[in-house]
Ligand binder design. Sequence first.
Ligand code: ADP
Length: 398
Amino acid sequence: MIKKLQQKIVIIITILLTVAVVVVMLAINIMSQVRNNSKIQRSLEILADKNGISTILGFDPYRDEENLNADSFAVKIGANGNVEITLNGNTNTDSTVLVNYANKAFMSGNKTGYIGNYAYLIREKSYGVIVVFIDVSTIRQQNESLVITTVIIGGVTVLIFFGLAVSLSFWLVRPVKITLDKQKLFISNASHELKTPIAVIKANADVLEAEIGENKWLSYMKIDSARLGELVDELLELARLDDKSGHKLKFEEFNLSELVLQTALPFESRMFEMGKKYETDIQPNIFYKGDISAIKHILSILIDNALKYSDENGEISVRLYMRSNKKIIEVYNTGIGIPKDKLDKIFERFYRVDEARSSQEGGYGLGLSIAREIVYRHKGSISVQSEYGKWVRFIVVL
Ligand code: ADP
């Protein structure tokens, strides 16, 4: 739970800051692009005003203001069809190529635009028409290097923020962790304290029953103290599983097929009494290294739930098989099933889909959280599938 909270904090902080960094990067690049475009347009206008002649080597019409340093040329076409080319700066391309550029500019149908590495502008003059060109390759290179620089700076910033988010998350979840640890300690201590008085009540009820014979009130006392005893046992089991240092699972190699069979078979008589159809399909000789009693406990919880929550004359099945080196246990039952939006909640402590039915069945909503804890300690996974109103299937992958 703490880990999930921490992950959420890191994900949220990183996403928010990444969005902010991306927005800033985009703004910088778009603004620079817009500024450069208007710089080019103004330079084209000035070059056209000056009839395509730039007095400065390495065309720089607005040297002081704009500092656009680029080569340029102009193609003038007189009313009588005369073509005159003006070259500025280092432009030394063949004149037919330059005239070809001018033709392309005319054919584009736009007064201004880009052809290859040149920006152009067409202007009508008293003598005919002039097309001015400015080499924009340098400015494009500047744009590209700005994009690369901002991406690198942005990436590094996001990485730094990620690191900060991770350390911040430790600090943020600390109070929650302390409270949770205290709560667990309290539950563990309280359960220990309750264990003895419950046992005493049960024993006294037994003694009293032996003295006065069967009695309705005594039997209620015995039933409820037994239920209370089960609750305390489940709480203690959870507290033990939570205390990872204290509760050492005993990992040993064993025949999982036999364990599943041995755990599933004793349920047969109860299933039969209750009119349920019960099937087991267990692949023989599957071996597994884990804690035998803990794995047995998971199976009991799942089969017991299948019995409790299946419908009248319902079907229940227990399967064990291998799939790509994984051992898979499936417990299936027909019945009311579990609504889709509750599927991930049923593994939470004290969660019951139908409070009334569960307490009537004697459940406190702890069985599945114990099962999940045990599965996690075995580095496996537990999941549930259900078609509401029809069936439920629990799948344990070890
Ligand atoms: P409980 O002791 O209440 O059975 P669990 O933790 O074992 O507690 O189960 C939590 C809840 O999940 C149950 O209260 C029940 O609503 C639902 N549930 C568990 N197993 C099944 C099942 N096989 N079919 C339908 N609902 C189930």
